[in-house]
Design a protein around this ligand. Structure first.
Ligand code: PGA
Length: 264
């Protein structure tokens, strides 16, 4: 039986060990009116979802998102957070500011931030620690480039990124963050990692989590797949024992598509 399930001895049935989590990453899309329309369309479509549902909007849409989703099953996330509590960091947003707004999740270390904005394993780690300390739930992104995959460096890269992102964390933190495995070559390209490849690669990450915390701890940590996940391929990906959810870019910008992923 897949590791995603555990036997409940009392009931004599297998139950989910990790609740799936599907998060939309809107990236730099949607103004206030577009956000409002998308969320209003989405609310009834995902209300019976069996997974945790998150939408990560631009900073400027967070207030609208928090306001419109109050009392619903949609949780709101940001796409970045600074590590300092406050101070002279022009253009940055602190974890406390997000928490005060009602934001619950934050994407940290997305490959676009690593590629275009100088994000490193050390800055990812600093942001993760600040987010956790403020009570935010980080969605921590890791993933190799095509070049790294072709050079046989997948394991080396993922172990480095995972250990780097989680440095100094303790076992008390393991229920409060999510890992998103996003192979860079699959993001926005329409090229999805096959379910097998995604599953096997996530297994490497879970093994690493076992080394960092403990093997049993690793069984509790949710790991998403991200990269061109959509209504067509979600079922096959989510059927994999190691895949606990998805981080969805393009398909999260259309209510019907995102709801089909959420209700896979
Ligand atoms: P995509 O983006 O679904 O458009 O490939 C995923 C992401 O970048 O998080």
């Amino acid at each position: 039986m897949a590791s995603k399930y555990v036997m409940n001895k009392l009931l004599g049935v297998y139950i989910m060990a990790r609740k799936p989590i599907i998060a939309g990453n809107w990236k730099m899309n949607n103004n206030k009116a577009e956000s409002k329309a998308l969320i209003e369309e989405l609310l009834p479509l995902v209300k019976d979802a069996q997974c945790d549902v998150v939408i990560c909007t631009p900073f400027t849409d967070l207030w609208t998102a928090v306001d419109l989703t109050k009392g619903s099953n949609i949780h709101v996330g940001a796409q970045n957070v600074h590590w300092a509590e406050k101070g002279a960091f022009t253009g940055e947003i602190s974890a406390k500011m997000l928490v005060e707004l009602g934001v619950e999740y934050v994407i940290i270390g997305h490959s676009e931030r690593r590629q275009y904005f100088g994000e490193t394993d050390a800055t990812v780690n600093a942001r993760v620690k600040a987010a956790l300390a403020a009570g935010l739930k980080p969605i921590i992104c890791v993933g190799e480039t095509l070049e790294e995959r072709e050079a046989g460096k997948v394991e080396e890269v993922l172990v480095r990124q995972t250990k780097g992102a989680l440095a100094d964390l303790s076992k008390d933190d393991i229920d409060n963050f999510v890992i998103a495995y996003e192979p860079v070559w699959a993001i926005g390209t329409g090229r999805t990692a096959t379910a097998d490849v995604a599953n096997d690669t996530i297994a490497i990450i879970r093994r690493t989590l076992g080394e960092i915390f403990c093997p049993k701890c690793a069984e509790r940590i949710r790991i998403q797949y991200g990269g061109s996940m959509n209504p067509k391929n979600v079922k096959e990906l989510m059927a994999q024992p190691e895949i606990d959810g998805g981080l969805i870019g393009g398909a999260s910008l259309k209510a019907v598509d995102f709801s089909q992923v959420v209700n896979y």
